[in-house]
Design a protein around this ligand. Structure first.
Ligand code: PRX
Length: 651
């Protein structure tokens, strides 16, 4: 049967039970785990924490005396790098490969647990020599090279707090994040590679380093592309020189379970990114546990690959900490999915014998567009489980993933979570849960999610509303760095300190399965990357020719959502469309460039001057316009509609 006929046939299938033979071999086979966890949550999480090595056991599982500031495993002491590296080496598994690293031009480096043990200790000592102390913030702005993992682990070894910035962000964005977190040291490469080209990252950082403020004392530069790089005497130091000069031994610091571990900036409703703060014991507990259960991980047999970038939370939890805590062998790939050719991912799956593959729906949609001939070039028969994350997966993409990549035999785990949750919260357990394409199914054992009615706040057993989490969980964010007030305001103001407002709308069906619809705030999800409309707007209006801008998200076949900007110019200029797109790339990063710009003489505003985004969204999506009676000047909408129609006829 040809593929399209097969996919059409599969569309009639509502539920996919765990495949024959999978359940019998699965890590979790007993459906009683849900009940067990609900019966005694503390005992449940305590058992998960026992997966880790603790220097000192906790006194209290959960301190909930001051909600929403929950504290987990208080009194306990542990070290993340010890759990991710030393204990595997001590157990005689030092020679095991932690990462098969694969470079863009086909270079290969196998990094073993013993290699990590050596490199992490040395770099931890190098950081100390640069004056980094417990609690100091260290910025990491690196591409997907092994040094990024070493840098993160080295921070955790000495109790420094890492703040990783995705390498696709601009140096300006990086500088902003360094400034607001008062980073003491920044680690960046001389340059980075993308599809055969190199970007002079260090020089770009130099150009904005002056804006970072006084906190930044040192910049550590990784020689990555080998280009000439100016080094500022007294401030800049080469990674390899710092490491060579460092002592080889650095014992792991026994850190408090609640010691801050990392900050990761993420977009919210305002232009100012939120510094999401995670702490040590709870985070590692839930990440290690979910990585094993959700991916049915058998550390001695599996080869695991998560195609995300370490600069996002998926990379933190499921490239670095989960896989290393569980001692598995992973693939780490530097490059793009279509370079040197569109089959590179599948070539790597074949080459390293990948058994578990975790990616985002947007990547799957790109693969569908490229065609099934690319995966067909390779032997993917070792794959036994597939994962999806970052945005709702449309059933068409789910079925294609299942059939073409998974050969019809691999369960798909659609994992719902967020930077704030730190670890997976809602997902099938692949040996137990019947999946339905497009649904992330049910909360994991120990997790409680509800749907509340948008207007009354009442719980709904069936139907659509606001997704909330009603029990604290170990990997939850502890606060927004330096801004407790915004933390409470953003997540707990609406329903009180025991009910975490997720920011997603979702539907629950009659089986209790969850279907995430999308964000309820002004956050756009482009290719699984979270961006705030306010952030993009503020980048656009900072262009000297722009008077005003409003940004909305629009549904997009390929990227899930796409950015549409309505812009009023102060003064026309040469090729303004390109100028604005370049300007946004420089301020935030290429990923935030608007896909479409619509020039408008005015924007729809209420009488009090507030831009009515709802109407702009209607226009961008080509929907019937909602109520326009509250507009100051209803004619504006007619003008905008004709501009959009004009743009469409040009395309
Ligand atoms: O809207 C949800 C969507 O991504 C948001 C979180 O984005 P971020 O913090 O960048 O973390 C992404 C990776 C964990 C959520 O609020 N989202 C994430 N996973 C899914 C999803 N939407 C639907 N289904 C998912 N599996």
């Amino acid at each position: 049967m040809d593929l399209s006929a097969r996919l059409e046939e599969l569309q009639q299938v509502e539920r996919f039970p765990p495949p024959d033979g999978f359940r019998e071999q699965a890590v979790v086979r007993d459906a009683g785990v849900y009940e067990e966890a609900a019966r005694d949550r503390h005992a449940w999480w305590e058992r998960q924490a026992e997966r880790l090595d603790w220097f000192e056991r906790w006194d209290t599982v959960l301190d909930d005396s001051n909600p929403p500031f929950f504290r987990w495993f208080t009194g306990g002491r542990l070290n993340v790098s010890h759990n991710c590296v030393d204990r595997h080496v001590e157990a005689g598994r030092g020679d095991k490969v932690a990462f098969h690293w694969h470079g863009e031009e086909g270079e290969e480096r196998d990094v073993t647990y013993a290699d990590l043990h050596r490199d992490v200790q040395r770099f931890a000592n190098a950081l100390k020599a640069l004056g980094v102390e417990r609690g100091d913030v260290v910025g990491i702005f690196l591409p997907m090279i092994p040094e990024v993992v070493v840098a993160m682990l080295a921070c955790t070894r000495i109790g420094a707090v890492h703040n990783v910035v995705f390498g696709g962000f601009s140096a300006t964005s990086c500088a902003e994040r360094m400034e607001v977190s008062a980073a003491k040291v920044l680690i960046c490469p001389d340059g980075s590679r993308r599809k055969g080209k190199t970007a002079p990252v260090k020089q770009q950082v130099d150009a904005v380093a002056g804006d970072i403020g006084e906190s930044l004392e040192r910049i550590v530069v990784v020689r990555n592309v080998g280009d000439d790089t100016p080094m500022q005497e007294g401030r800049d130091v080469w990674w390899h020189e710092a490491v060579d000069a460092a002592d080889p031994e650095c014992p792991p610091e026994p850190l408090d379970a609640e010691a801050p571990m990392f900050i990761l900036y993420s977009s919210g409703s305002t232009a100012k990114p939120k510094g999401i703060l995670h702490t040590t014991g709870g985070y590692l507990t839930q990440v290690a546990w979910t990585h094993q259960w959700v991916f049915d991980l058998k550390p001695d047999e599996d080869v695991y690959w998560c195609s995300a970038d370490v600069g996002w939370v998926t990379g933190h939890s499921y490239i670095v900490y989960g896989p290393l805590a569980n001692g598995v062998t992973s693939v780490m790939y530097e490059g793009a999915p279509d370079y040197p050719d569109k089959d590179v991912w599948w070539a790597l799956c074949e080459r390293y014998g990948v058994t578990i593959f975790y990616t985002a729906p947007t990547a799957i949609r790109a693969c569908i567009k490229w065609g099934e001939e690319y995966p067909a070039r390779h032997d993917l028969s070792k794959l036994r489980l597939l994962g999806s994350v970052g945005e709702p997966i449309n059933p068409k993409a789910w079925l294609w993933y299942h059939e073409v990549i998974g050969g019809g035999r691999c369960p798909i785990v659609d994992t719902w979570w967020q930077t704030e949750t730190g670890a997976i919260m809602v997902s099938p357990l692949p040996g137990l849960t019947e999946t339905k394409p497009g649904s992330c199914t049910i909360p994991l054992p120990g997790i409680e999610a509800k749907i509340l009615d948008e207007s009354t706040g009442e719980e709904k057993d069936d139907g659509q509303g606001l997704l909330v989490l009603t029990q604290p969980w170990p990997a939850m964010l502890r606060t927004l760095y330096g801004d407790d007030e915004r933390f409470v305001e953003t997540y707990f103001k609406r329903f009180g300190p025991e009910t975490y407002l997720v920011g997603d709308a979702a539907r629950k069906d009659g089986d209790g399965y969850l279907w995430v619809i999308g964000r309820i705030d002004d956050v756009i999800n482009v290719s699984g990357h979270r961006l705030s409309t306010a952030e993009v707007e503020s980048a656009i209006v900072s262009h000297p020719n722009v008077a005003e801008a409003a940004v909305v998200g629009r549904h997009d076949e390929d990227t899930g959502q796409a950015i549409v900007a309505f812009v009023t110019l102060r003064e026309d200029g040469d090729d303004m469309e390109r100028a604005i797109r370049d300007h946004v790339a420089e301020r935030i990063g290429k990923l935030a460039r608007p896909k479409r710009i619509i020039w408008s003489d005015d924007l729809p505003k209420t009488r009090s001057g507030k831009i009515m985004r709802r109407l702009l969204r209607d226009i961008a999506e080509g929907r019937e316009l909602g109520d326009v009676t509250t507009l100051r000047d209803p004619d504006v909408m007619e003008q905008l509609k004709s501009k959009v129609a004009e743009r469409q006829s040009e395309e």
